[in-house]
Design a protein around this ligand. Structure first.
Ligand code: SF4
Length: 449
C-alpha cells in the first residue's frame, strides 16, 4: 500500500480487513464476493495480520488435510491479531473450531456472505462517509486482472460417498443465465480476457431451475449448460470449463470448442475408472462408454485437452481395480491429472465401507499413478515442439521473459509456457502467437512468432 493511501486511511479511520482465502476456486469466488461488498462500504484490505482491525479466514473442509490447514491459518490469525471471523466450509461444523479457538468473534458457514459482512460491521463498524467509487467495475478479484472465476451455481445434487460438500453446501442452486451473463459482461468490460466457469457440477447447470428461459442480447436463452457455453462464446474471450461431469449432453459443446467459441479444454473429475469402484463412489455421469466418447470428442476437436483428478486407495480398491485405472488413463490419454490418496473424511459415507486400503499401499499406488501421468504428459508436451500456439500472458519479468499459458493450461493447476525474447509493450492478458522450442514434463518453452 502506498504512503498516500495509508495516510488517507488513518485520517478517516477506515477499518482495515485481513483476508485469508483457502480452498478451491469456488471458495475464492466467495472471498471475492465478501471483499467486493466490504470494499463498496468503504473498508480497506491489508496483507498483514497485525495491521488489520479484523481478519476473515475463509476455510476449506473438503479433506482432513484441508481442515488442518484451515485450523493452522486460524491459529496464525489468532496469534498475530486475535480478532478473527471464520467462514467457509469448516464454518458448517463450528465446534471443530471453537474447541481449539474459543475466542473467535464469529463463525459462519459457506455462502453466508451477509452474515460475514454483518460480523465485520460488529467487529469493525464501517466509516460513515466512505470514499465513492471504491469498487472497480466488475467487482474485486483475488485473481490477476486478466482472468476471473465465475461461479454459475452453488451446491450439488449428487451424493458421492467420499464427499461431504452436499452436506456443507446443500443441493444445486443455479444462477439464472442472464445473471451469469451479466456478470460475465461486466468482467469483460473490466478487462478480463479469460473466464473460468466453476461450480460443483457444471454440466448439471440449470436442472434445478428446469432450464428456465431469460432474455440476453435480444434472444431467449435457457439456463442450461449448452446455452451458457454458446452465450459465453459470443463474448470473444477465452472461456474455460471446470468440474464438468460426462453427462451425455456434454457431447453437444464439443463442436463449440472445435469452432473456437470456447476453449478446447474440459476439466472432468473422473476420480476412478474401475466400474466397481465408481459404483462404490456413487459417481455421477458414470458411463461404460466414456472411452468411446472421448475418442469421438477428439475426432471432432483434435486439440481437446482433458484434465482430471483421480483418487487412489478408495475403500475396497484392489490391485486389479487400480491397474484398470492406469490402463484406462493411458488409453484415454488424459492430458493432465491430479491424484489424491483417499482420506477418511469425517461425515463421509465411505468411512463405513469395508476393506480400507493401507497407507503404504495408497502411497505406492499414488507413485505409480504419478509416473504414468508424467509419461503421458511428457509425450504430449514434446509433441508440441515446433508448433505455433496462442498463449495468454500472465506475468512479464521486464527482461524479455514472461510466464504465459496456452489454451491447454488452466491457471494454478496446469503447466506454463515460459517465453523469452518478448518484444516490449506486451502486457499481462495479451494473447499472442508463439513457437514452441522445447518442453519438459509439464511446461513448454517458446518464443514469440
Ligand atoms: S459431484 Fe460428488 S464430489 Fe462433486 S461436490 Fe457433488 S457429491 Fe461432492
Amino acid at each position: 500500500m502506498s504512503n498516500t493511501s495509508s495516510n488517507t486511511s488513518k485520517q478517516l479511520s477506515v477499518p482495515k480487513i485481513g483476508v485469508v482465502s483457502l480452498g478451491c476456486p469456488k471458495a475464492l469466488v466467495d472471498s471475492e464476493r465478501i471483499m467486493t461488498q466490504l470494499r463498496s462500504e468503504g473498508y480497506q484490505f491489508t496483507g498483514t495480520h497485525d495491521e488489520a482491525d479484523v481478519v476473515i479466514v475463509n476455510t476449506c473442509g473438503f479433506l482432513d488435510s484441508a481442515k488442518e490447514e484451515s485450523l493452522a491459518a486460524i491459529g496464525q490469525a489468532m496469534k498475530e491479531n486475535g480478532r478473527v471471523i471464520v467462514t467457509g466450509c469448516m464454518g458448517a461444523e463450528p465446534e471443530q473450531i471453537t474447541t481449539k479457538y474459543p475466542n473467535i468473534m464469529a463463525i459462519t458457514g459457506p455462502q453466508q456472505y451477509e452474515t460475514v459482512v454483518e460480523a465485520v460491521h460488529t467487529a469493525a463498524p464501517p466509516v460513515s462517509d466512505p470514499f465513492m467509487d471504491l469498487i472497480p467495475e466488475g467487482g474485486l478479484k483475488l485473481t490477476p486482472r486478466h482472468y476471473a472465476y465465475l461461479k454459475i451455481s452453488e451446491g450439488c445434487n449428487n451424493r458421492c460417498t467420499f464427499c461431504i460438500i452436499p452436506k456443507l453446501r446443500g443441493d444445486l442452486v443455479s444462477r439464472p443465465i442472464h445473471h451469469v451473463m451479466f456478470e460475465a459482461e461486466k468482467l469483460v468490460a473490466a478487462g478480463v480476457k479469460e473466464i473460468l466457469l466453476i461450480s460443483q457440477d457444471t454440466s448439471a447447470y440449470g436442472v434445478d431451475l428446469k432450464y428456465a428461459e431469460y432474455p440476453w442480447k435480444g434472444e431467449r436463452r435457457q439456463t442450461r449448460f449448452y446455452d451458457l457455453c454458446k452465450a459465453m462464446g459470443e463474448l470473444g474471450i477465452w472461456t474455460r470449463l471446470h468440474y464438468v461431469y460426462p453427462y451425455p449432453h456434454v457431447d453437444d459443446v464439443i463442436p463449440l470448442m472445435a469452432d473456437g467459441k470456447i476453449l478446447p479444454y474440459l476439466d472432468i473429475p473422473f476420480q476412478h475408472a474401475s466400474p466397481r469402484v465408481l459404483k462404490a463412489m456413487k459417481r455421477p455421469g458414470n458411463q461404460e462408454k466414456t472411452l468411446d466418447r472421448i475418442r469421438k470428442w477428439r475426432e471432432i476437436c483434435p486439440d481437446l485437452t482433458i484434465r482430471s483428478t483421480f483418487i487412489v486407495g478408495f475403500p475396497g480398491e484392489t490391485e486389479e481395480d487400480f491397474e484398470y485405472m492406469l490402463e484406462w488413463m493411458q488409453e484415454a490419454q488424459i492430458d493432465r491429472a491430479g491424484c489424491f490418496k483417499y482420506e477418511n473424511v469425517a461425515g463421509a459415507p465411505s468411512r463405513d465401507l469395508e476393506d480400507h486400503v493401507h497407507e503404504e499401499v495408497k502411497q505406492e499406488r499414488w507413485e505409480r499413478f504419478m509416473e504414468i501421468q508424467r509419461q503421458i504428459s511428457e509425450t504430449k508436451q514434446h509433441a508440441k515442439i515446433g508448433k505455433t500456439l496462442d498463449v495468454i500472458i500472465d506475468e512479464v519479468d521486464g527482461e524479455g521473459g514472461a510466464d504465459a499459458r496456452s489454451k491447454a493450461d488452466a491457471p494454478e493447476i496446469d503447466g506454463k509456457v515460459l517465453l523469452r525474447d518478448l518484444p516490449s509493450g506486451i502486457q499481462p492478458g495479451d494473447i499472442i502467437p508463439v513457437r514452441v522450442e522445447d518442453a519438459d514434463d509439464y511446461d513448454l518453452f517458446a518464443v514469440p512468432v
